[in-house]
Design a protein around this ligand. Structure first.
Ligand SMILES: CC(C)(COP(=O)(O)OP(=O)(O)OC[C@H]1O[C@@H](n2cnc3c(N)ncnc32)[C@H](O)[C@@H]1OP(=O)(O)O)[C@@H](O)C(=O)NCCC(=O)NCCS
Length: 185
């Protein structure tokens, strides 16, 4: 598969490679305590950290280990957030999704629209059989979003990750290719 930095679209969003030029807008989101509250990063405190993260993400994409796209609103070219796949396990045809939007864009249906295309990409282009997410139980918006997209909760993994210097429980949710009737393959 030649998916490295492949871009794709929804009706109102373009998903494209994250560029170093996106650092200032992503800094606004990744430094926001509310946005990163349930993510496995500490709020970023300077632009260099964002640039390093962008380089890291693009290197992981070159190695086909993870893919992260900028979510760009087509009508004004504004970057609203990012989304993508982590821990691509080719042997077992599975990967984890991750995503975030700037706070001012929450609750407008944007991530539901975006993830619908991302899941399609995962099942069709990456030939995944299972797409999973590890979500902090308190992250009701993320769990609600995934439930709306057909993901099923499989259980709580106790103290599964060290996040911001604390061990946290994570809820495992997943969608199987066979359950995703909306997807074309
Ligand atoms: C999680 C997040 C991406 C949701 O994106 P969004 O674009 O606001 O979600 P949508 O508007 O597409 O909502 C889709 C569904 O998600 C659920 N949902 C979204 N926000 C919710 C909230 N605050 N409370 C409860 N349910 C919520 C609802 O079921 C909603 O469907 P509905 O509008 O028909 O009720 C956004 O809140 C975010 O960026 N959070 C911070 C980063 C983060 O936590 N990332 C995930 C780490 S696992």
């Amino acid at each position: 598969m030649n998916t490295v930095f492949e871009q794709f679209e929804t009706s109102s969003m373009l998903l494209r490679k994250i560029e170093l030029a996106d650092a200032p807008v992503l800094f606004a989101y990744w430094s926001d305590q509310e946005v990163v509250r349930h993510m496995n990063i500490k709020p970023f405190t300077n632009l260099e950290q964002v640039e390093e993260m962008i380089s890291l993400l693009n290197n992981l994409a070159q190695q086909e280990q993870a893919f992260r796209w900028a979510i760009v609103r087509k009508r004004d070219n504004l970057v609203l957030g990012t989304c993508g796949f982590n821990n691509w396990d080719k042997e077992n045809c599975r990967a984890e999704i991750g995503y975030e939007l700037g706070q001012q864009f929450w609750r407008q249906g944007i991530m539901a629209e975006t993830l619908t295309a991302l899941l399609d990409f995962g099942f069709c282009k990456m030939e995944l059989n299972r797409i999973q997410a590890l979500v902090e139980p308190a992250n009701r918006s993320s769990l609600g979003l995934l439930e709306k997209l057909g993901f099923k909760e499989e259980g709580v993994l106790r103290k599964y990750e060290r996040v911001k210097d604390e061990f946290v429980d994570l809820t495992m949710v997943a969608l199987l290719k066979s359950e995703s009737i909306a997807y074309k393959y």
